[in-house]
Ligand binder design. Structure first.
Ligand code: ZN
Length: 671
């Protein structure tokens, strides 16, 4: 094949593949089999490789996933990606209907409603310029999202260029066209994905929505590409239309899929009919849906109706009623929130409801438990609607065995042991210790920090949320977190609960000295932790140690020794350590590092802020290599490591003629 022939063939193949894609994904009318499609694509890729001069970033062959990214760039949406108000039953729906009628009765009746299937996926925006896919972003907080273009490109139903046979193609060449829709994972792909993950011992996704969200937020497009994500559009900007229905027709004409079930309805009764019809169809669909979006069809009227709160008045999400299931309450724990409020939470035998595995449900407050007569061990009805935190509806008293236990609010704070009170006129009990929450938050932040358990992705906000929701009460609880615990939390799908759980589970083995440090024993930094680890070698030895032994550790002062002894004699701390070990933590006995003699006896003082190391890290390295750390510069100081803004210690070191190292020189030394 010569150049001209190749060029011709490449162009023909590209056009034909694009057309095939359009017929398959948009018209639902495949013209070739999957195998034929793959073989055409294979030929195209081969030709493009042999004739790189004809490469084109918009060729359908480019939909396989480019290079992995370092991080996602944030992009501001041209107009906010709004969320809709909800209606859960016919009464709530009627309320909305009557409200819009009151505002514009004649116009509403003339307009009618365009009803769309509400896909249970992840909202994204896809922007085309000059007819070509320019970028795509997640909804994020509605104002700004993350640029996930490379991942969206791998989705077959999202074309790299708009359909050139479209009536609107010429217009699109000169204008910015934005299409919004939901990325979702078809049920078949979801099941296959989880089977695969089970085989590989990876945590399972709780539901297709989480799996879709997790996939679209992968930095490596090859992963997104392997997940078989799909896309369904629901909105268009950049082309003026008279009705919402017309928007959908144009989207289809431009080559992106919209749901073929979507339907125009004239009035409320026909909307109710449609919901019943779709309700029956729902279990047969190859994707999860969570309701109907009812839109005022007339675009001008829609705009005129304006916005209430953060949602447009002219549209509403008419959701399916909440799902209810029964399960057993294994325990009722009390969580202490950020404001000190004590909330009882039911720990349940895990159960699947509304597409998610649920293992906790709120009981609101002590009065509620008494009123509903809910006991530990009861069989209860759990209700969950959409992505709302599940609640306990009632207990089934007929199923009691007599062994059920009544719940009692603790007399002191279950966290800090402090006083609790109930203010007049309030149902909630509170811990009056103002620092109760802050102390725990700091403890947990310390526990997951780099020098301690080094758990990725556990920023302060997540730590706070875990404590506030009562999912974690002490560090040991971290190792029992399940996907179902995180899934109902706000914005957790996007934060990829999957990654956090993997990170937690991959950090169960920990060096003895880091374990001591992680516990947060008062006055014990990493250097002291290493000294203790050196002396006792294993956790077992330390737990059996007598106080004389601890105080005999070289370099550990009396005060510190007492703090260590007190800590390991405290029954609550002993319990925590036991709980950690039961949770699967493996504390690895102390091994003196190979290079341990390099700094033998030399005293190092770190001053100023270092660029790549934390001070704890630097101290750890020094001690590992046999050196000692000091806090003041004296004639015995061997080296001063000076970072940014080193201050008076630096001046003193110069005066005394002590060797001063930059961070870079220090890093060289410890290599
Ligand atoms: Zn407290």
């Amino acid at each position: 094949m010569n150049k001209a022939q190749a060029k011709n063939r490449i162009e023909k193949l590209r056009k034909y593949i694009d057309k095939t894609r359009y017929r398959y994904h948009v018209l639902n009318d495949p013209s070739v089999t999957d195998a034929d499609y793959d073989s055409l694509m294979e030929e195209l890729v081969k030709l493009e490789n042999s004739f790189p001069e004809f490469a084109d970033p918009n060729s359908p062959s480019q939909k396989v996933g480019g290079k992995p990214l370092d991080k996602f760039v944030r992009v501001a949406h041209a107009s906010p990606m709004i969320s809709l108000g909800d209606a859960f039953d016919e009464a709530e729906m009627r309320e909305w209907y009557e409200k819009v009628l009151r505002l514009a009765a004649t116009d509403v009746k003339k307009s009618g409603f365009y009803c769309e299937i509400k896909m249970d996926g992840l909202a994204v925006s896809v922007v085309y310029e000059k007819g070509l896919l320019k970028y795509g972003a997640t909804r994020g907080d509605g104002q700004t999202g993350e640029d996930v273009t490379e991942n969206l490109k791998t989705i077959r139903s999202i074309p790299l260029q708009l359909r050139d046979e479209s009536k609107y193609y010429n217009f699109a060449l000169k204008n910015r066209i934005e299409i919004r829709g939901e990325v979702y994972l078809p049920l078949k792909s979801f099941e296959a994905l989880n089977i695969d993950r089970k085989k590989n011992n990876e945590a399972l996704f709780a539901n297709p929505r989480n799996a879709a969200a997790g996939s679209i937020r992968q930095l490596d497009p090859k992963i997104a590409s392997s997940r078989n994500l799909d896309f369904m559009a629901y909105g268009l900007t950049g082309i003026e239309t008279k009705t919402h229905e017309e928007e959908h027709q144009i989207i289809k004409d431009l080559g992106l899929p919209t749901n073929k079930l979507n339907l125009y309805c004239t009035d409320l009764d026909s909307i109710f009919e449609l919901r019943k019809k779709w309700g029956k169809l729902r279990p047969k669909l190859d994707y999860q849906i969570d309701g109907i979006v009812v839109n005022i069809n007339d675009e001008k009227l829609f705009a005129k109706l304006g916005v209430v709160g953060k949602s447009p008045r002219g549209a509403i999400a008419f959701k399916w009623p909440a799902e209810e299931v029964t399960t057993i309450i294994e325990e009722i724990a009390v969580q202490v929130g950020r404001t000190g409020t004590l909330t009882p939470v039911a720990h349940l035998k895990p159960v699947l409801v509304a597409g998610s595995t649920v293992s906790r449900a709120t009981l609101h407050n002590a009065d509620e438990i008494v009123k509903k007569d809910i006991r530990i061990g009861d069989t209860v009805v759990i209700r969950k609607a959409g992505d709302i935190i599940p609640e306990v509806v009632k207990s089934i008293k007929e199923l009691r065995t007599g062994k059920e236990k009544k719940f009692k609010m603790p007399e002191s704070c279950p966290i800090c042991g402090g006083k609790i009170e109930r203010r007049a006129g309030e149902v909630a009990y509170r811990c009056i210790n103002k620092k109760c929450f802050t102390i725990r938050r700091r403890e947990l932040e310390h526990f997951v920090s780099k020098t301690a358990f080094d758990i990725d992705g556990m920023g302060p906000k997540i730590v706070e949320q875990l404590l506030n929701e009562g999912i974690v009460k002490d560090p040991a609880d971290l190792f029992g977190i399940e996907i179902g615990d995180l899934e109902p939390l706000e914005r957790f799908a996007e934060k990829s609960s999957q990654n956090i759980i993997s990170s937690i589970n991959s950090h169960k083995d920990i060096a003895f000295e880091r374990f001591i440090y992680a516990l947060g024993v008062p006055l014990v930094g990493i250097e002291t932790a290493i000294d203790i680890a050196k002396k006792f070698h294993s956790l077992d030895n330390l737990l059996k140690a007598k106080s004389e032994e601890t105080s005999a550790i070289y370099g550990v002062g009396e005060k510190v020794a007492k703090a260590v002894v007190d800590y390991f004699n405290d029954s609550a701390n002993k319990k925590l350590i036991e709980k950690l070990l039961t949770a699967g933590i493996k504390v690895i006995d102390y091994h003196s590092p190979v290079k341990a003699n390099k700094f033998q006896g030399g005293v190092f003082v770190v001053t100023g802020s270092l660029e790549t190391l934390t001070r704890d890290d630097a101290h750890k390295k020094i001690v590992e290599l046999g050196g000692k750390t000091g806090s003041a510069v004296t004639s015995k100081t061997g080296f001063v490591i000076a970072g940014e803004n080193p201050g008076s210690k630096y001046d003193k070191a110069r005066k005394l003629g002590i060797k001063i190292l930059t961070e870079k020189q220090f890093l060289e030394m410890i290599k």
